[in-house]
Design a protein around this ligand. Structure first.
Ligand code: PLP
Length: 455
């Protein structure tokens, strides 16, 4: 096959999508990694470039303004922020301290309460292991919930192996925890006293926002520390550690249009003063809580990303919510047997998790393979497992497998949303034409009453 054939035509005869280079400078017809994308023969709507990115909970593209802020710190201003005796070091340290302020401002903290890490996986590990170790004498009980990110769940599993007791709170059908379950789970006396509650601010799959302020209040009334993995919430919706009663909070730069491999942990210094045992030993950086030479360009990027979010978050949330609702309305108007997952009132603006019943999610993803979204299935080494988050809401394996997560972000446009809606509607209809189950349902057959013959 010639390259021209492999790239495919789209009506303008030159193998290009007619819109110039993609948003990330990719050669038309190829994505930025050089993968050849086969386009359909229909010209693309104005402003739509393929492949189209709508998976902003997985990661976000770097905002060009963030890159601009970072660039000088790769070259001329390359000093080590820990070098105390020359200008290169001072310059780097100054940049780090400005970033600390920018991050603190976004979440209502003070700069001294921000510890830099390599990302939220490390922040979550440091928070949970660091508090468990520091407060071991007080008690050995930790509370979390079943729909946390693996960075929290796997850390809890490790702590269980070390003798801690962990309670995994269930969630209701809409993805929210029941506050009475939390109240009941907290142990206030004895060796099994609860030392920490860790509940995520917003879920990365279903976008549900937990009642963080109330959770924090309950924890404080009972004298228990409260950590939240706020990776998906910070920069998207208002977060204020004081008003929200948060003691420890995890952030990641690459979810807010910053670079990958850098994050932060907020550690409260007053009422109460939280102490954390370090998990990485070395030069005593970050007030001894996290040793290691600071990633200055990355930290500058995280700071700049936070500053942009602080200025633009409100308007961005309105715009994303509108786009999200438009996508939802279009899909619901055109297709039957679709359902939205997660409580839509307490929800991230850019998240839409939908199940397309009688369609297999992976086939749907293949049918829309020039659009980047996520399915409700996770690849393990041997099988395709339905998402544990969707299963925790009570969804069966079939429906979980038929689910798609759309993650709208800063750079998505209305034209893109319409393109995605058209394409999903088209592919779902085609797949359903091939589905005997869908046909039976159309004929009014109750699938639950069928006795399937074994072969
Ligand atoms: N927590 C949540 C809710 C996430 O969505 C992610 C990213 O996937 C992480 C933690 C891990 O963050 P990082 O990629 O910075 O390690």
């Amino acid at each position: 096959m010639s390259l021209q054939n492999a790239i495919g035509h789209n009506g303008n005869g030159n193998g290009h999508n007619g819109n110039g280079a993609g948003p990330n400078g990719a050669v038309p017809g190829m994505n930025s990694t050089g993968v050849v994308i086969a386009h359909s023969t229909t010209p693309l709507p104005a402003g739509v470039h393929l492949p189209l990115y709508m998976d902003n909970h997985a990661t976000t593209p770097l905002d060009p303004r963030v890159l601009d802020a970072m660039m000088p710190y790769f070259t001329g201003k390359f000093g080590n922020a820990a070098s105390r005796n020359h200008q290169f070091g001072w310059e780097a340290e100054k940049a780090v301290e400005i970033a600390r302020e920018q991050i603190a401002k976004l979440i209502g903290a003070t700069a001294k309460e921000i510890i830099f890490t390599s990302g939220a996986t490390e922040s979550n590990n440091l928070a949970l292991k660091g508090i468990a170790e520091m407060y071991r004498e007080r008690g050995n009980h930790i509370i979390t919930q079943v729909t946390e990110h693996k960075a929290v769940l796997d850390t809890c599993k490790k702590l269980e192996k070390q003798g801690y007791r962990v309670t995994y709170l269930p969630v209701l059908a809409d993805g929210l925890i029941d506050l009475d379950d939390l109240r009941r789970a907290i142990v206030t006396e004895g060796p099994e006293k609860t030392i920490l509650v860790s509940i995520m601010f917003a879920n990365n799959e279903i976008g549900v926002v937990q009642p963080i302020r109330e959770i924090g209040k309950i924890c404080h009334e009972k004298g228990v520390l409260f950590h939240t993995d706020a990776v998906q919430a910070v920069g998207k919706i208002p977060v204020n550690v004081l008003a929200d009663n948060i003691d420890v909070l995890s952030i990641s730069a690459h979810k807010i249009y910053g670079p990958k491999g850098v994050g932060a942990l907020y550690v409260r210094r007053r009422n109460p003063r939280v102490q954390i045992t370090e998990q990485i030993n070395g030069g005593g950086h970050e007030r001894g809580m996290r040793s290691g030479t600071l990633n200055v360009p990355g930290i500058v990027g995280l700071g700049a990303a936070c500053e942009i979010c602080r200025n633009e978050m409100e308007a961005e949330a309105v715009r994303e919510r509108e786009l999200r609702d438009h996508l939802r309305n279009r899909l619901e108007a055109a297709l039957d047997y679709v359902q939205v997952n997660g409580n839509m009132e307490h929800h991230l603006p850019g998240n839409l998790n939908m199940s397309f019943v009688y369609v297999e999610g992976e086939s749907l993803l293949m049918g829309i393979n020039d659009i980047a979204v996520s399915s409700g299935s996770a690849c393990t080494s041997a099988t395709l497992e339905p998402s544990y988050v969707l299963k925790a809401l009570g969804l069966g394996d079939e429906i979980a497998h038929s689910s798609i997560r759309f993650g709208l972000g800063r750079f998505n446009t209305r034209a893109e949303v319409d393109y995605v809606a058209d394409k999903v509607i088209d592919v779902v209809r085609k797949l359903r034409e091939l589905s005997p189950l869908y046909e039976m349902v159309q004929e009014g057959i109750d699938l639950t009453k069928i006795e399937w013959a074994a072969h």
